[in-house]
Design a protein around this ligand. Sequence first.
Ligand SMILES: [Zn+2]
Length: 339
Amino acid sequence: MRGVVMYSAGDVRVEEREDPRIVEPTDAIVRLTATCVCGSDLWPYRGIEPADHQVMGHEYVGVVEEIGADVKNVKVGDFVVGSFVISDNTCEICRSGFQSKCVHASFVSQIGTQAEKARIPLADGTLVATPGQPEPELIPSLLAASDVLGTGWFAAVAAQAGPGKSVAVVGDGAVGLMAILAAKQLGAERIIAMSRHPERQALARFYGATDIVEERGDAGVAKIKELTDGMGAHSVVEAVGTQESFMQAVGSTRGGGHLGYVGVNYDVKVPGIELFFAGIHTLGGPAPVRRFLPDLIQLIWDRKIDPGKVFDLTLPLEEAAEGYKAMDERRATKVLLTL
Ligand SMILES: [Zn+2]
């Protein structure tokens, strides 16, 4: 089969890889219908994470081609969406809703779903079948559910976005935009998008943003306070993962408010004393997408949400290198790869 391999930072190639096969009786082989490039794939691309001939990709939708002897919840021919973290969905941590921290968790990025097929371990706990075969126009939205929508949704839930709440979203990448969509669905009253890019501001408004703040850092915090009677937002989502964005998010959260942080961050150091005096709730980390998948799939199926609009560039898998380049240069928010 064909699949993406990152030889080294900036060197993405599509080449012949071995076809996956069932190894454990709990595995499923999925023939992918579409896959995509994640903002977090840019970490190795930019040399911030090491890259040495590694397979890439952790977002996926497709059709089950083969199942192991113990798989019961999905069958051959099912169209499935899976989380970017493998989980059994039965352990105590999974049952508490934190499938991304499952005692048997592993990352799909090690499997590499920027490929024609993938072996998904713990298929019963990881994959969710859609109600039927989706119309082609639903594929991008279902693919978004695999990571960015699920992650943005978790961030909004972690920030306790809801009726009567003000929500500030730091970051206008795909996850930030999905957090706006989630905040809107959860009934937030005011949704403030922090963005400087006209096209992304437009998409933020499409998804439900009521206000746009272009300022960053301390000026951004001041602007959020100005919009929230000097108190800061009830709910803040951090969806970038830099020092500046993280501190901007902490500073924008009101005392007693909630910060949901889902931007993968390297070398961010939060001064303990600032966190101490902020007096806020914080919850973040790799999103337990599996918790939300059944509901998100239904919302997409019923055409109540349209997360697929975050994909602003579609390329065939063979042109994955151009997809990475476009995202690295911020010419694209998120790239869908067709198969
Ligand atoms: Zn588990």
